[in-house]
Design a binder for this molecule. Structure first.
Ligand code: BEZ
Length: 238
């Protein structure tokens, strides 16, 4: 492997299916014990590079504006940067008092924002990626399920603001997959057809090809209808 000079800062990334690494932290909403305090809820744990920066400000306003939608899907939000608590408080106050962006104003960020000056949490979650920046977290997103298992991860570089509609879509798609035992195709949204798992035998493949409720493009690629209201009533009510 080519040496980059940042080897000592390398941290292993958590993986999909792993238990979420545990930590205790100070946040803008008080101390938290993660993920224990969040058992029974989905959590989106996300990092941003720095307080008082424009891309991060646009992201926090957008996420805070959508927080109620995430709550209705049994999902809590937890932010993190390697700034200190007083910087976080001052930044969130500035956002509320002064910043107007894309029709959003008076935005109060009520979800916890972790102070991580020691980078303890950021390193556990592979949020410091030294070839991008040695002193700032990248834009990482972890979806953690009600049992404390990492279900999905997204990493973006410092310059790229995230798409929060896509984070919401991914959350609802994973909940739908769990609830109905299906998979979701490209760009799926509630109301679209879902994918049924691959046939495990020749008999099942044949049955599916003959089932009028199932639409098979071929024996290995079968979809079925899943009512939008049924999806929303299941995932938005838990
Ligand atoms: C921003 O949020 O605007 C930003 C933060 C760090 C590096 C580049 C952009």
């Amino acid at each position: 492997m080519m040496e980059t000079g940042h080897e000592e800062q390398m941290v292993s990334l958590p993986r999909i299916g792993d238990p979420a690494p545990e930590f205790k932290a100070v946040t803008t909403q008080g101390d938290i014990n993660f993920p224990t305090d969040y058992r029974g809820s989905w959590v989106i744990l996300f990092s941003h590079p720095a307080d008082f920066t424009p891309v991060c400000t646009s992201e926090f306003m957008t996420f805070a504006h959508m927080e109620d939608k995430f709550h209705k899907a049994n999902c809590k939000l937890v932010g993190l940067s390697v700034d200190g608590l007083y910087s976080h408080i001052a930044w969130l106050r500035t956002i509320k008092e002064k910043i107007e962006y894309k029709g959003m104003k008076d935005i109060e960020v009520t979800f916890p924002l972790i102070e991580d000056i020691t980078m303890n949490v950021a390193k556990k979650y592979g949020m410091i990626q030294p070839n991008e920046d040695t002193t700032k977290a990248v834009r990482a997103v972890f979806f953690i399920d009600p049992a404390g298992i990492i279900r999905a991860m997204v990493y973006y570089p410092l310059s790229l603001g995230r798409n929060f509609d896509e984070l919401y879509r991914a959350l609802i798609a994973m909940q739908t997959a769990d609830e109905f035992g299906v998979a979701t195709p490209a760009d799926w949204r509630p109301g679209d057809d879902v994918i049924i798992g691959p046939a495990g035998s020749c008999g099942t493949a044949k049955e599916r090809m003959e089932d009028s409720d199932i639409d098979c493009k071929d024996w290995f690629f079968c979809t079925k209808k899943l009512d939008k209201d049924l999806v929303l009533s299941k995932v938005l009510k838990k």
